[in-house]
Ligand binder design. Structure first.
Ligand code: ZN
Ligand code: ZN
Length: 337
């Protein structure tokens, strides 16, 4: 019994990220705050703390709904369970493989930091874009899009294999383009913290635009749009902190006041059903492959965007968005593929 209690306490302190603070309080030694590792450790309770405030505010204003937090919570628990038996450190593996093949050498200076960040955003864009446009990779990413509400717990809702896949793509591109490991870790820390923050819910931050920053950064408002299933919003805003590549590739979409966001994915999922949110896309892909005639069609289902159909009746984000725009402007709907 005490073992189970100890496990729960360990899990909770681990989730809250307060190990570093507890250690400092115990020893009375705050010197580590002057080191990079110490700063990271000290900042790690930031997002869990914001999540707690979000939950408390939600219950104070009586708009806290258990189902809004249920899927991310169950996903987090399931992933913790899986990770007990599986440890995939893709980043270390990539560094060992690709660092020596870098096209140029960088150092820890401000200009290489800026260069590194632009490269990192590109690498993130590539991973995230593929996660939405290749059906098999969408199966890994869809778990993150399944929740039908936006709040900080969504930041913990990911399929367990998504992080290793994302890290392989992102770190490989960065290392080959010369971003050195210390610079990469610094950027990953900033990216991770901001990437969590942009999931802040309306309970904590009603207007996610952050004022004038909406024109410069990728704000919670942009990421809310990214999590929407409205035709106009689908498959937009793939960047994380700097929306430069969304601007470059024409995938930037601002939140329209007259078009309220509907969170979730376009496939009908059983509300609050963990198994459907976690494995449902794999099941749907498996069924499509099984039904498709011929080997070519079966393979195309794996690599084509979600919504692609061997019958030619595509429901991809591109088609849905195109049709919506034509209807909105009153023009006749033409077929796109
Ligand atoms: Zn996404
Ligand atoms: Zn997200």
């Amino acid at each position: 019994m005490t073992d189970i209690l100890q496990l729960l306490v360990d899990e909770l302190t681990g989730f809250l990220g307060i190990h570093h603070w507890m250690e400092m309080f115990r020893s009375g030694d705050y010197q580590s705050l002057l080191t990079w590792k110490g700063i990271q450790g000290a900042l790690s309770p930031l997002i869990p703390l914001l999540l707690l405030i979000e939950l408390i505010r939600g219950s104070l204003y009586r708009n806290f709904k258990v189902e809004n937090y249920k899927l991310p919570f169950l996903t987090y628990i399931f992933n913790r369970f899986v990770s007990r038996y599986l440890s995939i450190s893709a980043v270390a593996y990539c560094i060992a493989l690709f660092e020596e093949h870098a096209l140029l050498k960088t150092t820890l200076t401000w200009y290489w930091f800026l260069y590194g960040y632009v490269v990192w955003e590109l690498a993130h864009f590539v991973y995230h874009y593929l996660g939405h446009k290749v059906r098999l990779l969408w199966c890994l990413h869809a778990t993150h899009h399944a929740p039908e509400d936006m709040n900080l717990s969504v930041t913990y809702a990911h399929f367990f294999l998504e992080a290793p896949y994302a890290d392989v793509i992102r770190t490989t591109i960065c290392l080959l383009l010369g971003v050195n490991p210390p610079l990469l870790f610094l950027i990953m820390f900033i990216d991770g913290t901001w990437g969590s923050f942009i999931h802040v819910g309306e309970n904590l931050l009603k207007d996610g635009r952050l004022g004038f920053l909406n024109g410069i950064l990728l704000t919670p408002s942009h990421h809310r749009v990214h999590h929407a299933k409205n035709p106009l919003y689908m498959d937009t805003n793939f960047c994380n902190l700097l929306p430069i590549w969304d601007k470059a590739f024409g995938t930037l979409q601002t939140e329209e006041k007259e078009l309220p966001i509907e969170y979730g994915i376009s496939r009908q999922i059983r509300r609050g059903h963990f198994g459907d949110a976690y494995f449902g896309e794999f099941y749907a892909l498996f069924n499509d492959i099984r039904r498709a005639p011929g080997l070519k069609n079966k393979l195309l289902y794996v690599v084509m965007p979600p919504g692609w159909s061997h019958t030619g009746d595509h429901k991809t984000a591109k088609v849905v968005r195109h049709n919506y725009r034509q209807q909105a402007t009153g023009e006749p709907v033409a077929q796109v593929s």
